[in-house]
Design a binder for this molecule. Structure first.
Ligand SMILES: Cc1cc2nc3c(=O)[nH]c(=O)nc-3n(C[C@H](O)[C@H](O)[C@H](O)COP(=O)(O)O)c2cc1C
Length: 314
């Protein structure tokens, strides 16, 4: 048992990060059934769709699971009420101020975790009363901090500032990565990209196949003026770069981004015009695997690496 397995009543300290268009109830329940903690990603769901996924998740697993709620969500109040009505026990909030919803969720007996990209925000989250933080480095897939702090530097800096449990996120897809993060001070890990390329992810197969062919250097953090996001370098990404050459206004960037790009790319499989969000670690993902196998491989490698680390000789 460690702080994270105790907090969530799970077997392994591996959290599957909430991921728009990837993490519906099938992925979340598969991760929970395999001993980790699965999160339904509310960010791409209308309120009633979220309710349906929560209800299906309850049927698909008797293990703990949670919901990730990016707080920029326009129907945020409705979403929070659904989570409470459906008896969800764990909520991971992101993209917003942890003060806004933490006390409401805690008053309903919900365990609250907030995603941060700096030690300053980690401290604010702790002050807001969350139970743990996800410290997410610049390598991560999806939306990201502006300051470009890598996981390797972020975790010890967060550890220095706060006392509550820390989940490391960004660039972790293997047991060795997990061990490294824990040696740096994390109590567990949140993994996104590796699970996006799983059998149970709801993403389109075109997107999953593209993850496998994305190599080192194949992603870049962009659109910092809007909401920084790490994307695969496809046609849409190149269009964004071409627009940057003209020193565009924020409005021009918003116009190019348009609406529903992420859905188009990751859910509908439009590899040219869609937004394809993935982390730098895609370069190490070579197979689409069932969740259970991913978690077993991570844990086997983690345990072997723990043994090995006592054998350094100089
Ligand atoms: C396709 C994709 C979608 C994501 N969507 C969300 C989201 O809706 N909310 C959120 O808090 N984080 C989101 N993330 C971040 C993940 O939850 C996780 O923290 C991150 O992927 C960890 O880094 P990794 O990709 O290197 O494993 C997303 C990541 C990916 C790859």
């Amino acid at each position: 048992m460690n702080k994270i397995t105790q907090l969530f009543k799970i077997k392994y300290p591996i959290i599957q990060g909430g991921m728009i268009w990837n993490s519906g109830y099938k992925l979340a329940s598969a991760v929970s059934n395999a001993g980790g903690l699965g999160l339904i990603g509310a960010g791409s769901m209308y309120p009633e769709v979220l309710r349906e996924h929560i209800q299906k998740c309850k049927k698909a697993t008797d293990k703990p699971f949670g919901v990730n709620i990016p707080m920029l969500y326009p129907n945020i109040e409705e979403i929070m009420n659904i989570v409470v009505e459906e008896g969800v026990k764990i909520v991971f909030t992101s993209a917003g101020n942890p003060k806004t919803w933490t006390s409401f969720l805690k008053s309903k007996g919900i365990t609250v975790v907030h995603v941060v990209s700096s030690s300053v925000f980690a401290l604010k989250a702790q002050e807001a009363g969350v139970d743990a933080v996800v410290a997410e480095g610049f390598e991560a897939g999806g939306h990201n901090g502006r300051e470009e702090t890598t996981t390797f530097t972020l975790i010890p800096m967060v550890k220095e500032k706060i006392q509550i449990p820390i989940l490391a996120a960004g660039g972790i897809a293997t047991g060795r990565g997990m061990l490294a993060a824990m040696i740096l001070g994390a109590d567990g890990v949140q993994v996104g990209s590796r699970f996006a390329a799983s059998l149970e992810s709801s993403a389109h197969n075109n997107f999953k196949d593209t993850i496998l062919s994305t190599n080192e250097g194949g992603t870049q953090l962009t659109l910092k003026e809007l909401a920084p996001v790490r994307l695969i370098k496809n046609k849409f990404y190149n269009d964004v770069q071409a627009l940057y050459e003209t020193c565009p206004s924020k409005e021009e960037l918003i116009t190019l981004l348009g609406r529903a790009r992420a859905k188009k790319g990751m859910f509908e499989g439009d590899l040219e015009e869609g937004e394809l969000e993935i982390g730098q670690i895609a370069g190490l993902i070579h197979e689409i695997l069932p969740v259970e196998q991913i978690i077993q491989q991570m844990m086997t490698e983690f345990e072997a690496a723990c043994e090995e680390k006592t054998k350094f000789e100089f």
